[in-house]
Design a protein around this ligand. Structure first.
Ligand SMILES: [Zn+2]
Length: 222
């Protein structure tokens, strides 16, 4: 007897990271160049023996640092494919019965046994790339977040989905009119068990969402 069919559910998860980046002012190279020029001028003045140094004005070029100016988010995804379960009857006994209604003579039967169902789920985790547009400091922090915090969270989804795995023994005690009716009734028992098992695993996974964590980028704003 063949029972069950493939069932597919996917689980999408969304992670929001609050990241505030300020537009900053950068001097660096221009300022250094100016300081070198100033030192050079001082040396020239001293070499000329004037003993006086005119005030030299220097200024740096103002350059806005690139920033995202708001929030960015990364998303991890854990997809689960439930196999729907495969069941077979153990210790099956069929005996003639008289309790059917509207059933041809000799077709009514009482069936007992144990329906043994084995369940399996395949789980695939997809991790996001580090977002574009981050500076080196921010990128390192985002990468660490994805590889540690977000990965742990997705692995938790995996563990929860995998509660679907295993076997279940379902007692069968039915009265049926003919073999196809018996098969159909056992299929119904199987489907009800599978639906609940899949729903339970899905609910366990859903229970840890939404998952929202912030990355502290304050160190990167210097
Ligand atoms: Zn999640």
């Amino acid at each position: 007897m063949r029972l069950g069919g493939p069932a597919v559910r996917s689980q999408n998860t969304v992670y929001a990271l609050a990241a505030t980046l300020s537009a900053d002012t950068v001097y660096r190279a221009d300022l250094l160049t100016s300081l070198q020029r100033m030192a050079g001028n001082a040396a020239v003045h001293q070499a000329l023996g004037t003993g006086e140094l005119r005030p030299i004005g220097v200024s740096g070029k103002r350059t806005p640092a690139s920033g995202l100016g708001g929030a960015f988010s990364v998303h991890g995804t854990t997809d689960a494919t439930f196999d729907g379960g495969t069941g077979k009857m153990l210790n099956q006994k069929a005996t003639p019965s008289k309790t059917c209604t509207d059933c041809p003579e000799g077709q009514c039967m009482h069936v007992t046994g144990t329906l043994a169902v084995s369940y399996h789920v395949d789980v695939v985790v997809t991790m996001p790339d580090v977002p574009d547009g981050l500076n080196a400091c921010e990128e390192a922090k985002a990468r660490q977040f994805i590889n540690a915090t977000l990965r742990d969270h997705e692995n938790d989804h995996v563990r929860r989905f995998k509660t679907y795995n295993g076997t279940k023994n379902i007692p069968v005690n039915i009265t049926a009119c003919g073999e196809s009716d018996a098969t159909s009734q056992v299929q119904t028992l199987h489907d009800a068990d599978e639906q609940k098992r899949q729903g339970d695993a899905q609910a366990l996974s859903d229970a840890i969402d939404p998952f929202t964590k912030s990355i502290d980028l304050s160190d990167c704003q210097k």
